[in-house]
Write a protein that binds this ligand. Structure first.
Ligand SMILES: [Mg+2]
Length: 238
């Protein structure tokens, strides 16, 4: 059997990004006495999270630097309650401090990695490599992966095929011998398929659908799925 690699997305796949984001923005707003200015904590989180998505697109497109997109996010978010930050970097640093305290790895990650010792494991993320390197080290995951490729250093972001090819090259394997695992159907799974990789959509929220894409809702199901793929079964058999 040819050697097989698993290329992993990081945020909301290995690392509970959304959980840390929610806890951190609510804690930060509460500490600043600003939480009551939003309709509800849920709404405050929705607004913060929505702004992140919109501004992050501009970062991925190369329009904004990593620190700059943070400043833009703060300005946009506070503008919604008619406020401005005197020092956006300090405001974001306060948020980041709370975020750091709430960082955690999903419970199904370590058991899944432990169950897949015969595979080469690498990482591919639409983010900043320095930021992801530091975060993965802090949460104790970095040593589990032989490579880390981020969009800021390669100049291509998922779902562009070049991003997936760079991830495969760093793993030292051709795309057809690599399975991509990620939480976003279009950016991760469909992008990986189009680039010639195998793809597994980790549908943690149980959205369902996905058509031709292999879907699991927990990483506990990944080892069995990979065993079937390795033995050459066609995806439609699953
Ligand atoms: Mg993700």
């Amino acid at each position: 059997m040819a050697e097989v690699g698993v290329l992993w997305d990081i945020d909301d796949t290995l690392f509970d990004y959304s959980g840390a984001e929610r806890a951190a923005i609510l804690e930060h707003l509460d500490a600043l006495g600003m939480l009551a200015e939003f309709d509800s904590p849920q709404r405050a989180h929705e607004l913060w999270s929505g702004d992140v998505e919109a501004v992050y697109e501009r970062f991925l497109a190369g329009e904004l630097g990593f620190q700059e997109q943070r400043r833009v996010r703060v300005a946009l978010f506070l503008g919604r309650i008619g406020r401005t930050a005197e020092d956006p970097d300090a405001w974001f640093a306060g948020y980041l401090d709370a975020f750091t305290r709430h960082r955690r790895v999903f419970d199904d990650v370590i058991p899944a990695l432990d169950a897949l010792p015969g595979y080469r494991h690498g990482l591919l993320s639409n983010s900043s490599s320095r930021y992801q390197e530091d975060k993965l080290t802090a949460i104790g995951l970095r040593d589990r992966f032989s490579s880390l490729v981020c969009s800021d250093e390669i100049g291509h972001a998922k779902p562009a095929p070049e991003a997936f090819w760079a991830g495969c090259a760093a793993l030292g394997l051709p795309p057809e011998q690599v399975v991509y695992v990620g939480d976003k159907l279009t950016t991760d799974a469909r992008g990986a398929l189009a680039a010639g990789l195998r793809a597994v959509w980790l549908d943690r929220r149980g959205l369902g659908g996905g058509g031709e894409v292999l879907r699991i809702d927990t990483l506990a199901d990944l080892p069995e799925l990979l065993r079937v793929i390795d033995f050459g079964a066609s995806a439609t058999v699953l």
